[in-house]
Design a protein around this ligand. Sequence first.
Ligand code: GLN
Ligand code: ZN
Length: 763
Amino acid sequence: MNASLTSHVAGYPRIGEKRELKQSLEAFWQGKLDAASLDQAAKDLRLRHWQDQNAAGLSFVATNDFSLYDGMLDLACTFGAIPERFGPAASPLTLERYFRMARGRSREGGAPDVVPLELTKWFDTNYHYLVPELSRDQSFHFSWDKPVRETREAIAAGFRPKPVLIGPVTFLALSKLAGSDPLSLIDRLGPAYRDLLEALAAAGAEWVEISEPILACRRDEAVLAALEEAWDSLRPASPLKLLLSVPFGRLGDALPRICALKTDGFHTDATRASADLPWLLANYPQDRVLSLGLIDGRNIWRADIEVLRALVASFRAKRTPENLWLGTSCSLQHAPHSLAAETALDPDLRSWLSFAKEKLGELAAVAAAESHPDLSAAARAALANRRAHPGVRSKEVRSAIAALDDSSANRGKPLAERLALQRKALGLPLFPTTTIGSFPQTAEIRRLRARHRKGDLDDAGYQSSLDAAMRETIRLQEELGLDVLVHGEFERTDMVEFFGEKLEGIAVTANGWVQSYGSRCVKPPLIWGDILRPAPMTVEVSAKAQALTSKPVKGMLTGPITILQWSFVRDDLPRSLVALQLALAIRKEVVDLEAAGLRVIQVDEPGLREGLPLDPAEREAYLAAAVRAFRVAVAGVRDETQIHTHMCYAEFDDVAGSIAALEADVISLEASRSKMEALSAIVSGEIGSEVGPGVWDIHSPRIPSTEEMVALLERAAAVLPAERLWVNPDCGLKTRGWPETKAALANMVEAAARLRISVPQTT
Ligand code: GLN
Ligand code: ZN
């Protein structure tokens, strides 16, 4: 008879089923909750999450996956890598000090009192980590016992813990070290890990998972050598077992070298690294644990238990079963908590889904000795229902996709000729001024929305309040003297959710939150079927706004790649096809906006750069598909209609050629903090578009002076001819207040006016 296989996860959503962590953190920051109560709330969450894993039947519970803010920050604190501006090295790690690193302040109110660590994206997830700052004389000491405490806590509660640590190479590779490669510090970090591991062993851990996601994107000599050096020094004297895990990708040619490390086991992301499985099954030593991450931790689709059990049976035949473990592809932190709250979801769709809590059950069922016929049959039935659902496959959409040809992605005249036509048609001055779309979403607007949602405000009342906000915003922009106006996006909570609610084939959840950073969560829509636009989505409000002014108003849309990137995407179609379906839906909207009299239309694509695959081998195909989707979305209009796009801050260097290939007429981007370096990066791709490099850092409440903006624009004019420059803020103004918005935009318009006089045109 078969025995059950060992099962485990690398982490569970920390925010809590009802976002309890968010509420506790924000109450603490507002001074409404004391440190002891915050600590208790965190303990309660950890306990509940371990109970979930245990109740599902997993062999271990993950520990140290919890964090009050972020795991990279926690690890920096664990090893005492705290920059001096957060207090003298020897000072104790209080909650105040911890939150100052994360947010620049420990409590709400006033401006941040210190510059926090930088936030940036965690691999290709929508989670953001804090970037540790290291110095050349950095030393690392195991000095904060958080991982050990949480492990003891799990043992005391009666669970078998498997602490999870971010590995030393990932930690360093993602840290900042001015003027030097952070991997050069690896020889100092190994011994600190060893001390931590020793303490975890003493606390009672048998196994520790050391996770090295960096290997999913970097397998260069520097990384592999650092990995070898670390593993030579981190092994403790005690008989602790170490599982090396690599979520998010495959290892390819580097497999033999990585598997030669002296680990006690290796965990692979079997959803993304399926190409590595044959080698692992044939070559990975039988006396070590091979752990397969078969349940997709990154998506929300229900698994076919029987198919996975059959796959596992074939592995069992080749491997010593005691040394064959099963897990999720990566930590479940990137999945929403549970389906329990989704009572309003269409019951068919709901039956196709599996959130973190449900995934625990799936994992246990796949690992179990005996099959659970009921569970397997329920999964089978749900998946059959999904495949047969009419919305999954629309004839109309499929034939529209099949009818696409090269001309579908091309506008009439070449970019330069279009720009000349548009300049004439729109009558814009040199250095035209505009904004990125949203205007302040004040407490009042949010209150209106909440009342409308609850039914306390009827549709007509809600609509007329939104209209009033829009009218006021148009009037203000005219008064300020902006050249291309926007309606303000008051009707949108989120630029993706708004379209997700209006498009067929996409559903939004009630409680499908995933942590974005700290206490911030996002609720990605679910793309489950073929995408159709049943009716215009933004035409009415845009046309109303245009009717109020003789200045051009920009229609405002979210682009296909961004909708794709910020959603959970169906797994039964290639992503490139889903992107094209989205592109066709947006294209209809673009054409309708033009017909309604909008002469400028912006299609935002802040998600384009972040969708870049981790594996360099997949990047070219992704970029080609992304460029095609954007072009299809916008190519339906006349040459006189001006298409804008917008991107937020990103490393543009490696995608500059693709951004040029979008051939948007105008692109705005975040550039003020990088002092226009982002513009130089874009220009290096030989872009033919006009460009609006942001001159106002909208992430800060500070109001930039006219002089500052003039200086930034002069820098920009040294990189790109003056007649191709636009003047705009870095991004939307949704999070800003009205007084600062008015003041900063007035300065911005003034800066453009000065430039028109001082900077000569080159042609
Ligand atoms: N049009 C959007 C806005 O202004 C763009 C936001 C973004 O780029 N993230 O809010
Ligand atoms: Zn932006």
